[in-house]
Design a protein around this ligand. Sequence first.
Ligand SMILES: Cc1ncc(COP(=O)(O)O)c(C=O)c1O
Length: 349
Amino acid sequence: MEAGAAYPLATSSEKEEKDFIKLCSNENSRGPSPKAVEAVRKEADEIGQYPESSSSELKEAISEYMGVEPFQICVGNGSDEVMDLACKAFTDPGDKVLVPIPTFSQYELASRVNALVPKFVELKDFKWNSKDLLEEISDVKAVFIGRPNNPTGNSIDEKGLKKLLETGKMIIVDEAYGEFANYSVADWIEDYDNLLVLRTFSKIFGIAGLRIGYGMGNRELIEALQRVRPPFSVNRLAQKAAISALKDMDFVEESRKMIVEEKEKLRQELEELNFEVLPSDANFLMATPSPLGMDAADVCDYLSQKGILIRNLSGFKGAGPEWIRITIGTPEQNKRLIGALKKLGGEKE
Ligand SMILES: Cc1ncc(COP(=O)(O)O)c(C=O)c1O
């Protein structure tokens, strides 16, 4: 998949971007914390110098936030980079990795660029069933688990996850949307030496454009990641912005509250319009207009003409042509979305 296709506005001009509502990449629709923006401005004069390669101040801040030790943290250029490092550190070319689908496409991409072979297992009815995963686990080296998963928005339960961990395989639990869900297994890293937990500053913290994420695991596991990590992959601006973002927990709380409230409102409104909507612990909803006799392309094309971008999931392995994913916007954005969808039936007839 090409980057421009996944992030359709990444290459468009600023002017075009302003006219669109972007509900297709699960960013924080409120944008970044003003404190993070201020930190970037302040640091701008220092960009002549290399960043601090060990990100020690940032690790201290993450350590306090997540309740793990600084030596149990590896930061990266987005959690995407940490996924790539995990493939490099814990697998060999030709190894298989288990990828439950539909899921975040980067798990497959990280595997393939490291010459690994993804072994896909379908989430039947988009639900997690640890038995199905355990049946396929014996010949794989590692497993990617989105928790909550993108795009389904749901999670494997703790009991099922423990069963996967007990196989001894490397289990990579991606908690990119952990702040919206309000649950985490980061406190299991002492108990399982095969658990890597990923988090990011791209979602609730709203600084996706700076590219910064991190992995948490026990000391040996993190040391293995550090050995394959390019020393300057997290730049000065990103480090400073992330530190400031972690100091602005009011912004995080307000964002979480807004998203939770807006998600329930949007769910109700979509259901009133006869969409089927899956339960979601994240800042997006997976839904289908199939009860209306439409598919994902019908809805996405229509909305894009109205300046609203949502995700057509037909390109996601295991999702099929009928499903869409909508990032929860601000109240104004969601109103515009629902307003447009209310007219959809009439205009399509
Ligand atoms: C499940 C999941 N993990 C990770 C990411 C990307 O994180 P980052 O921006 O830190 O690379 C995304 C982005 O959409 C995602 O959906």
